[in-house]
Design a binder for this molecule. Structure first.
Ligand code: AMP
Ligand code: MN
Ligand code: MN
Length: 319
């Protein structure tokens, strides 16, 4: 894999994690932007979403701006970098800001069509953060404690804390290197996994109560809707992890978690998060519905109510 990229020609660089950013998206954006500042560049991260509670500790590491502020600054950028984005639509309306500028695409989705002018896309990498580590090493950079913590965050969240099949020998080697430079692993783990909001636990409980099993109990489906958010006081950010809990039930091979909401014009819309054990390829199914992802974790958004979405999923799965 070629991780080489020469940043020397560029001086003002904007970094874009995907919409509804997860630990890997925020971790890789923070690591990349901090690195660019360390080597003397101007750099900023552009986000357009609320950040999950678990990841907010990373907001203190560097600077983030929203869409409106970015709109004012974007003419001065000479390079844009997307991280953890399987396709350019994953940055949603921020696509306007990138238009006409050289684009570096750093990603690990097998479905990535190499949409950048420059592409460092490694489908075998378990996280974009792991790729960032190798890019920084390729550029002979001594990774700082803070950059290491950002990288470790994404490596942990995209691998179920080093649990999934996608974890490779290098993943542990990188993690070991990061520990050896003195990153605060306890702080990362506390923030990510040991500081759950009560509202989160309550909406998880409601979702667990609604599980239905199909295909000889190999497929588990559940949902949350607006009523459940009202009842628990949870935010949509608190639903992170529900699809994983379903997948981890005895006998279950594939889980689907449906989040339903009503759009301003009254249309019902669902975001579907799918997870699978080894031997399935969810990225294909997600692509059929206009989404994408990995074999073991994929998703899509569809303008239908939850009952119809469940029917569509049941037609699709033959496991
Ligand atoms: P999620 O279930 O939202 O955590 O997403 C799981 C995986 O599917 C991630 O790797 C995403 O990149 C991918 N994914 C989720 N939603 C979409 C979408 N609407 N379009 C493309 N990829 C998606
Ligand atoms: Mn991601
Ligand atoms: Mn990722």
């Amino acid at each position: 894999m070629n991780y080489a990229f020469d940043f020397s020609k560029y001086n003002n660089i904007a970094v874009f994690p995907h919409s509804s950013p997860d630990g890997d998206a925020i971790g890789s954006a923070v690591a990349m932007s901090m690195y660019l500042r360390e080597i003397g560049k101007k750099s900023i991260i552009v986000i357009d979403d609320e950040i999950q509670y678990e990841l907010r500790f990373l907001l203190d590491y560097t600077d983030f701006i929203g869409y409106d502020e970015a709109k004012k600054l974007c003419n001065d950028w000479d390079l844009c970098v997307t991280v953890d984005c399987g396709d350019l639509d994953r940055i949603a309306r921020r696509k306007d800001l990138v238009e006409g500028k050289p684009l570096l695409n750093i990603d690990h989705h097998v479905t990535n069509p190499n949409f950048g002018d420059f592409n460092i896309v490694e489908g075998d990498a378990p996280s974009a953060c792991e790729i960032i580590y190798f890019i920084l090493k390729e550029n002979a950079f001594d990774i700082t404690k803070e950059i290491g913590e950002a990288i470790y965050t994404g490596m942990s969240t995209d691998t179920g804390n080093f649990m999934y099949e996608n974890v490779r020998v290098q993943t542990f080697e990188v993690a070991a290197k990061l520990l050896s430079i003195g990153i605060d692993k306890a702080k990362i783990i506390y923030n990510l996994y040991q500081n759950n909001r009560a509202e989160k636990i309550k909406i998880h409980a409601l979702a667990m109560d609604k599980i239905t099993f199909h295909c000889d109990k190999k497929l588990a489906i559940t949902h949350v809707d607006e009523k459940m958010f009202e009842e628990t006081g949870a935010s949509v950010l608190d639903t992170e992890g529900i699809s994983e809990s379903l997948r981890d039930i005895e006998g279950v091979e594939v889980s689907c978690f449906i989040k339903e909401k009503t759009l301003e014009d009254g249309t019902l819309q669902c975001k579907v998060s799918m997870r699978a054990m080894i031997g399935h390829d969810l990225s294909k199914i997600a692509s059929d519905f206009g989404g994408g992802g990995h074999k073991a974790a994929a998703g899509f958004t569809i303008d239908e109510g939850k009952d119809r979405v469940k029917e569509l999923l049941l037609e699709k799965f033959d496991i």
